[in-house]
Design a protein around this ligand. Structure first.
Ligand SMILES: [Zn+2]
Length: 283
């Protein structure tokens, strides 16, 4: 019984730590756990967590909750660590539209997938003047790597955008391709709240690619044109880590690390990017 109780306590602690970050941000759920007496409800629905030890498997409340929310649970016996992940969807790439957009076979249907957190230059924009050579290079890179392949999709907070496209982090052989595009310099970071799961990693990867003149950051490859322009000034500023935008004079604006800054010329531009006005500086 002691052992059971210990798992229970561990489970409850991890539950507190993880549910908030892993699940709380994706779904508005109320989770109540009363441990010792095993009382578990998710969104008011009682979850049966009585069978703590079953067929040699230890079920902790974490598992019961996560499974009730259709999440995948991993348990590392050595480190006594539980992980909660969204279930990965394995899909086949039917074709590559451009550097950051694919058509895949998803649950028996053809679906468009937009790789999130990044942006590659345009290559198939209906307005031909927006299409650039660099866009074709990025597009060919994605075609070479992904066309016809089996990939895994991981979602962030929003599963689809306003055009109905799936928004995903795409994995090829266990490596995230969104990040590969950044590392090779074929894309730049373009993250909109609330889909910001990997923003810090992405920003860091982009910085390294830029420092090493990878791909499109190597201006010499492209007649000294600056092909990826990151706005470094404007009338309003936000952070890649938050969803607020500020006047540059705001004390919160001054706390934003320069590599996390995202600049806007107008309040409309900020709001279209998913940012809301700071309540202190009232931009
Ligand atoms: Zn402010």
């Amino acid at each position: 019984m002691k052992k059971v109780l210990r798992y229970f306590v561990i489970g409850a602690i991890i539950l507190t730590l993880l549910i908030g970050t892993a699940i709380g941000q994706t779904i508005t759920s109320t989770i109540e756990v009363v441990y010792n007496s095993v009382n578990l409800t998710v969104n008011g629905q009682k979850i049966n967590a009585d069978n703590i030890l079953y067929n040699g498997t230890t079920y902790v409340p974490l598992r019961a909750v996560a499974e009730a929310l259709d999440k995948e649970v991993g348990w590392n016996q050595e480190t006594k660590t539980a992980t909660i992940n969204d279930k990965a969807e394995t899909v086949k790439v039917i074709r590559v539209v451009d550097g950051d957009t694919l058509v895949v076979n998803f649950q028996g249907r053809e679906e468009k997938v937009r790789l999130i957190g990044i942006d590659t230059p345009e290559s198939v924009h209906p307005d031909a003047s927006k299409n650039v050579e660099e866009g074709k290079i990025a597009s060919n890179f994605t075609k070479d790597k992904l066309e016809g392949k089996e990939i895994e999709l991981e979602f962030d907070v929003q599963e689809r955008d306003q055009y109905g496209r799936l928004l995903a982090y795409v994995y090829l052989d266990g490596v995230m391709f969104n990040k590969t595009l950044l590392a090779e310099g074929y894309a730049q970071v373009s993250t909109y709240p609330p889909n910001v799961k990997y923003v810090e990693e992405f920003t860091e990867t982009q910085r390294t690619a830029r420092e090493n003149n990878k791909g499109l950051w190597n201006e010499e490859n492209f007649n000294n044109e600056v092909v990826l322009e990151v706005k470094t000034s404007g009338n309003y500023v936000g952070s890649l880590n938050s969803d607020k935008y500020h006047k540059p004079s705001c004390r919160y604006a001054k706390n934003i690390e320069s590599y996390n800054e995202i600049w806007f010329d107008t309040t409309d531009e900020a709001q279209n990017a998913g940012y809301t006005a700071c309540g202190v500086c009232k931009p």
